[in-house]
Structure formats: structure tokens, C-alpha cells
Design a protein. Structure first.
Length: 134
């Protein structure tokens, strides 16, 4: 089988597998419970949502989005009461792995006003968006 045909077949199989799994990215949509980095920045900077940075202190030292609330994931269980329930909340970490887990845990605990940011602060920094030292 020519290499181009193998590549096309692999791409079709991958697309099919993603669609069968219901993976939102296969349809061009962010995963359920998440928001895009662009939307998160817009909501945060306009004051329409609270941005909570779940990274640990050594990660915060590299820079945070101005105005973000710092709440390390390691402290979440004892500080969860600090997360507002009466306004939109965006959870962000370095990529989206920890914020996705925190989102699910908080959702299971009764929060209904939050989303996690797909791409996280690593993508924020890669784009050269403004960051401040905490």
C-alpha cells in the first residue's frame, strides 16, 4: 500500500475512532465542561468570570494572569469554600489536566457555575499574553 494511502487510512481511522468515542474535538468543539483559552481570557478580562489558577506556588512564580485568584490544587479540599457559587468560575492550571479533574470533583460536590480552561497557562504564556508575578 503506498505511503499516502496508509496516511489517509490512518487519518480516517483516527477520525472514526474519535467520532465513535463522542470526542468533542472531532466535531471542532471544546470538551464538555471546558472553555477555550480565548473565551476564558475574554470572560476574565471583562470581569464576567472569576479565573482561579490551580497551579502550585512554584508554578505561580513563573507568572499568572493578572487578577487571577491563586488556589493551588493541593489546597483545594480545605479551601473549596473560597470558590464562588454565585458567578461564573473558570479553573486553569498548566495544561488542563488538573483543572479538568478539579472541575469534575467540584461539580460532584455541587458546583454548577464552573468550567475548566482548555490549553491552560502554558498556552497562555506561549501566546505571549500578559502575565504578572504573584
Amino acid at each position: 500500500m503506498p505511503i499516502i494511502t496508509r496516511r489517509v487510512a490512518a487519518a480516517l481511522l483516527t477520525a472514526s475512532a474519535l467520532a465513535q468515542l463522542g470526542h468533542a474535538w472531532a466535531q471542532g468543539l471544546p470538551p464538555e465542561g471546558s472553555t477555550t483559552l480565548d473565551e476564558a481570557r475574554r470572560l476574565h478580562e471583562s470581569g464576567a468570570a472569576v479565573l482561579i489558577d490551580l497551579r502550585e506556588p512554584d508554578e505561580h512564580a513563573t507568572g499568572v494572569a493578572a487578577g487571577a485568584r491563586l488556589l493551588p490544587l493541593s489546597q483545594l479540599s480545605r479551601r473549596a469554600a473560597e470558590i464562588p457559587r454565585n458567578q461564573p468560575v473558570l479553573l486553569i492550571c498548566n495544561t488542563q489536566n488538573r483543572s479538568r479533574r478539579a472541575h469534575q470533583a467540584l461539580k460532584d460536590a455541587g458546583w454548577s457555575n464552573l468550567r475548566y480552561v482548555h490549553g491552560g497557562m502554558s498556552e497562555w504564556a506561549r501566546r505571549g499574553w500578559p502575565m504578572v508575578k504573584p
